[in-house]
Design a protein around this ligand. Structure first.
Ligand code: PHE
Ligand code: NA
Length: 434
């Protein structure tokens, strides 16, 4: 039997997990969710959920992955029996659906890099321009190009493909995002933008929490790459025993930092151009930001840098989604890495084609996979880890922590009751909404 792959370094693992977390979720989805859900009130609830649900659930996935050194389906087969082993299928299905439309949106970002370089952003024509970019043959072609890049990296394997590429991509994403946020700070109107983004009104929270809460929870799961086994898969390549809680903290912290920065970039640029963030939906960063870039000096270049960063962030996330399904094919089906990656990439491309032809599929896929499958996956896995394998979970989470005391037990009980109950309510609300 071939030796299973592992990360070469601890930094490699963390960068890959951060690369997975930081993506379209932070820079494309987060700002439009803030816009749709009432600005700072959403940000506030979102931050709360990252800490209360996101962080503990990352650990749920980590313990399963590191303990079993298996892909999500295989990990559940090893630890559980009967129906529990089926949770893995929720993950694999979610991965399939998410990557198929994720790649379409990533394709748009490539197109906006080109438009910026050619100086073709327009203020008045932005919605029409987006319509042309987002659907049709061009969109299909760019979707294919992006998927080909994902296939190429994942086919190269953990160390030579994923680890090497994230070592370049992740530092670049962080550095450029900071640079753009500093630039946005210098714009006229930045003050109003910060007020909109940063000072929540209690009345918005109290009157709209039934919609803000489930939307923020779905965003928290998506942005942290939770609920579809990415963190199980990445932790399964961890050789030694290190402090999982520390790694989870770094990953959640950096992801939140980049989402927060995306807001600090997007809102001042929109306000400077006199554009309301409002209910633009998935088009927000494409239509409104491109329109804003059209009005700004050097906007074409800045826009190309911005959208280029989004494309890189999307790539480092997309490879993690692909790796979940590929690791399943390798471990459980005995398929080679290269043929598995190519076959899955082609299949996901095909599933994504409708989304490249009609925007309605983006909403459909996103709503189903994101707000339902991911949270359902996270809920089922939390029940499993909290109630079915508690001793193993405490032992695994405690490894590598000095003076662990009762921290492991506290985490377990937090998963067992508050997290599980909250997720039941939130999944139900999202399903109802869908
Ligand atoms: N976390 C990624 C982002 O924010 C998206 C993602 C979701 C990646 C689920 C993997 C699994 O863009
Ligand atoms: Na993210």
């Amino acid at each position: 039997m071939v030796q299973r792959e592992t990360w070469a370094t601890r930094a490699g693992f963390i960068l890959a997990a951060v690369g997975s977390a930081v993506g379209l979720g932070n820079i494309w989805r987060f700002p439009y969710q803030v816009g749709e859900q009432g600005g700072a009130a959403f940000l506030f609830i979102y931050l709360l959920l990252i800490v209360m649900i996101g962080f503990p659930v990352i650990l749920v996935e980590f313990v399963v992955g590191r303990n079993t050194e298996r892909n999500p389906v295989g990990a559940l087969k090893r630890l559980g029996s009967g129906a529990w082993t089926k949770i893995g299928w929720v993950f694999v299905t979610a991965g399939f659906v998410i990557l198929s439309y994720y790649s379409v949106v990533a394709g748009w970002t490539l197109r906006y890099v080109l438009l910026g370089l050619q100086g073709q952003y327009t203020a008045d024509g932005a919605p029409a321009q987006f319509g042309e970019v987002a659907t049709g043959l061009d969109a299909v072609l760019l979707h294919a190009i992006f998927m080909a890049a994902v296939i190429a990296i994942v086919a190269l394997g953990i160390e030579r493909g994923i680890e090497l590429s994230v070592k370049v991509m992740v530092p670049a994403i962080i550095a450029i995002s900071i640079g753009l946020a500093v630039y946005a700070f210098t714009l006229e109107g930045a003050g109003d933008a910060y007020a909109y983004y940063l000072s929540p009104e209690l009345s918005t929270i109290t009157s709209q929490w039934t919609t803000i809460l489930p939307a923020a929870a779905a965003q928290a799961f998506f942005t942290l790459s939770l609920g579809m086994g990415v963190m199980i898969t990445y932790a399964s390549y961890l050789g030694e025993d290190r402090n999982l809680a520390e790694d989870a903290g770094i990953i959640a912290g950096l992801d939140t930092f980049i989402a927060f920065l995306a807001g600090l970039i997007a809102f001042p640029i929109l306000f400077a151009a006199g554009i309301e963030p409002g209910a633009s939906g998935p088009a927000l960063i494409f239509v409104s930001l491109a329109a804003a870039f059209a009005e700004l000096p050097l906007g074409g270049i800045l826009g190309a840098i911005f959208f280029g960063t989004v494309a890189i962030a999307a790539l480092s996330s997309a490879i993690s989604i692909m790796e979940v399904v590929v690791s399943y094919m390798i471990d459980e089906r005995g398929v080679g890495r290269v043929p598995a990656t190519v076959a899955l990439g082609v299949a996901m491309f095909v599933v994504g084609v409708p989304a490249a032809l009609d925007l309605i599929f983006i909403d459909l896929y996103d709503g189903f996979a994101n707000s339902i499958l991911l949270m359902l996956g996270g809920l089922l896995l939390s029940i499993f880890v909290g109630w079915i394998i508690p001793d193993l979970a405490i032992e695994e989470v405690s490894k590598g922590i000095k003076d662990v005391g009762s921290l492991g037990v506290a985490w377990l009980w937090f998963i067992r009751i508050p997290v599980v109950l909250a997720l039941i309510v939130l999944v139900a609300l999202n399903a109802w909404d869908y």
